[in-house]
Design a protein around this ligand. Structure first.
Ligand SMILES: *[C@@H]1O[C@H](CO)[C@@H](O)[C@H](O)[C@H]1NC(C)=O
Ligand SMILES: *[C@@H]1O[C@H](CO)[C@@H](O)[C@H](O)[C@H]1NC(C)=O
Length: 504
């Protein structure tokens, strides 16, 4: 079966109006009249997604234990006559006879022969909230499906973030709900009104809520659910939940390998991922050696189905080993008593530094050691206690040529000058170590940028080397985005929503 290549195409999102909320970045609001033309141009070799070896899985095929039935809610309209050719169909077959002006231009660009028989183009959206420990982010994905027998193409993403995270509202869930309401306004501005009731809205909370007492976490989830219910979007029954760590790692791996084209390629090469959040950190990769699987704790192995493959991954999420939780653990403050009067000190901090640090809605007093020593060696020794004996070293790490590292790995590499924020880049593990030493031994210089930079860089170095057991020469690809889409578990979670990956 010869099918046209699937191009992962990304394009500038058109947004009207100003975004009011605080954000980690704003997408440029550019009006691009020849919208679809950019789709052709933005495709590059990395994003050529040849489907030669992985034809579109056909759900209706008997005997293939593929994807569960699409929930009935997705097919309210009687116009769904033909069997769903593949599980990616989230919403009723909506034919867009006259796309709204918003997206209209240039639908009839010259297209490859194989496309030209297609008469209907389906556009659909998905809204995924990432409720993390340090912020809540909304990802709005736009997919285009040119043909029912083809996989949809991710057209673009709109991303926006607010701080603090939901867990900061543990004693005031209503305020937490307001932060979601604020982000939903952006979704309403972005998604055409006639798509609202077909567009699923999903929120997944991670370490911030995992670390809260259950009743507080549940009150927040309930509040979010109410905010969703009053929105015009489609609210699936399991739309608000705390995601487990296994899914968090697997779905970030799915995102990055999708965006880099590895999921479709027949080379069987994939990349590993390293995600460093505020509350937890994840490592995920596809082991080459059986021994990696056999020697791993059984819960560290995850299987899932995608594009007619079953993948078996090594993955783990370390709760309490995210960057902000690790800071507090290093300071001995996590779970400590006497928060009213105790001051937690560390040789990783500038000697004269004093601050109140708030994480997960709790405030801690922290300071440097005024008459003591500070510097890399002492700091390394301090952060070691958060890692040693806690982080498992996989048998094999070298089988993966490259690991993509993002979230706080990326942020701190930028802050410390290791990479350029706009481009990201490749670094070796030894570069983190070298830069950590420099930052720790010149704390005053970096204090204005981030007084915790020595602690953070030392922690990252220690986590990579002593924790996971990476060699100094291991190459890390630092990337906040790949082809203009955020490297995060959110895209993978959207795939999981649309076509159950059956992660187990
Ligand atoms: C999926 O994989 C099975 C077994 O590997 C194969 O028999 C089947 O043809 C594949 N289906 C598709 C649609 O590629
Ligand atoms: C921290 O908070 C306390 C009150 O809880 C206040 O007295 C103190 O000045 C604050 N310290 C700093 C450095 O902001």
């Amino acid at each position: 079966m010869v099918m046209p290549n699937l191009l992962l195409t990304l394009s500038v999102w058109l947004v009207a109006g100003n975004l009011v909320a605080q954000a980690t970045y704003y997408r440029h609001h550019r009006y691009v009249p020849h919208f679809f033309r950019y789709r052709e141009h933005s495709a590059n070799t990395e994003n050529l997604l040849p489907d030669v070896s992985n034809p579109v899985p056909e759900v209706s095929q008997p005997g293939v234990p593929t994807y569960p039935e699409i929930p009935e809610v997705f097919h309210p309209a009687p116009e769904v006559i033909h069997p769903i050719p593949e599980a990616f169909h989230p919403v009723p077959e909506v034919v867009h006879p006259a796309p709204e002006p918003y997206y209209t231009p240039e639908v009839h660009q010259p297209v490859p022969e194989a496309f030209s028989r297609v008469s209907t183009i389906r556009v659909f959206f998905g809204i995924m909230f990432d409720a993390g420990s340090t912020g809540t982010r909304i990802h709005i994905y736009k997919f285009i499906q040119k043909d029912p027998i083809e996989l949809p193409v991710l057209d673009n993403e709109l991303y926006h973030a607010v701080k603090p995270g939901l867990s900061a509202y543990k004693d005031n869930p209503e305020e937490g709900g307001n932060s979601i309401r604020q982000l939903l306004k952006i979704a309403k501005k972005t998604i055409p009104e006639e798509e609202w009731k077909k567009t699923p809205v999903v929120l997944k909370a991670t370490a911030g809520l995992r670390l809260l007492p259950e009743d507080k976490a549940n009150a927040l989830l309930k509040e979010v659910r109410e905010v969703f219910d009053e929105s015009p979007f489609f609210v699936p029954s399991d739309s608000v939940s705390i995601m487990n760590g296994k899914n968090e790692g697997v779905l970030a791996w799915v995102t990055v390998n999708f965006l880099t084209g590895h999921l479709y390629s027949n080379t069987r090469r994939t990349v590993g991922i390293l995600d460093l959040g505020g509350g937890s950190t994840q490592i995920t990769f596809l082991p080459k050696s059986k021994k990696t699987v056999q020697s791993a704790p059984p819960t560290y192995i995850a299987k899932f189905n995608l594009f007619n493959h079953t993948y078996q991954l090594y993955t783990h999420s370390y709760l309490g080993n995210g960057l902000f939780a690790a800071r507090l653990a290093t300071l001995g403050a996590l779970g400590a008593d006497g928060l009213d009067w105790k001051v937690f000190t560390s040789s990783c901090l500038p000697k004269k530094f004093r601050e109140n640090v708030t994480f997960g809605g709790t405030t801690y007093k922290v300071s440097g050691i005024p008459d003591g020593y500070a510097g890399y060696k002492l700091c390394y020794y301090e952060v070691m206690k958060v890692i040693k004996g806690i982080v498992h070293q996989p048998y094999e790490l070298k089988g993966n040529s490259i690991f993509y590292a993002f979230s706080y790995y990326f942020e701190r590499a930028v802050e410390s000058g290791l990479i350029d924020a706009s481009r990201g880049g490749m670094v070796e593990v030894r570069d983190f170590k070298k830069r950590a030493k420099e930052v720790c031994n010149k704390m005053t210089k970096y204090r204005a940028i981030n007084p915790f930079l020595c602690m953070d860089m030392t922690y990252i170095t220690c986590l990579l080397k002593e924790g996971f057991g990476f060699k100094d020469s291991t190459v890390l690809q630092l990337a906040k985005k790949v082809n203009n889409v955020e490297t995060s578990w959110a895209l993978g979670a959207t795939f999981d929503f649309f076509r159950n990956l059956n992660i187990h």
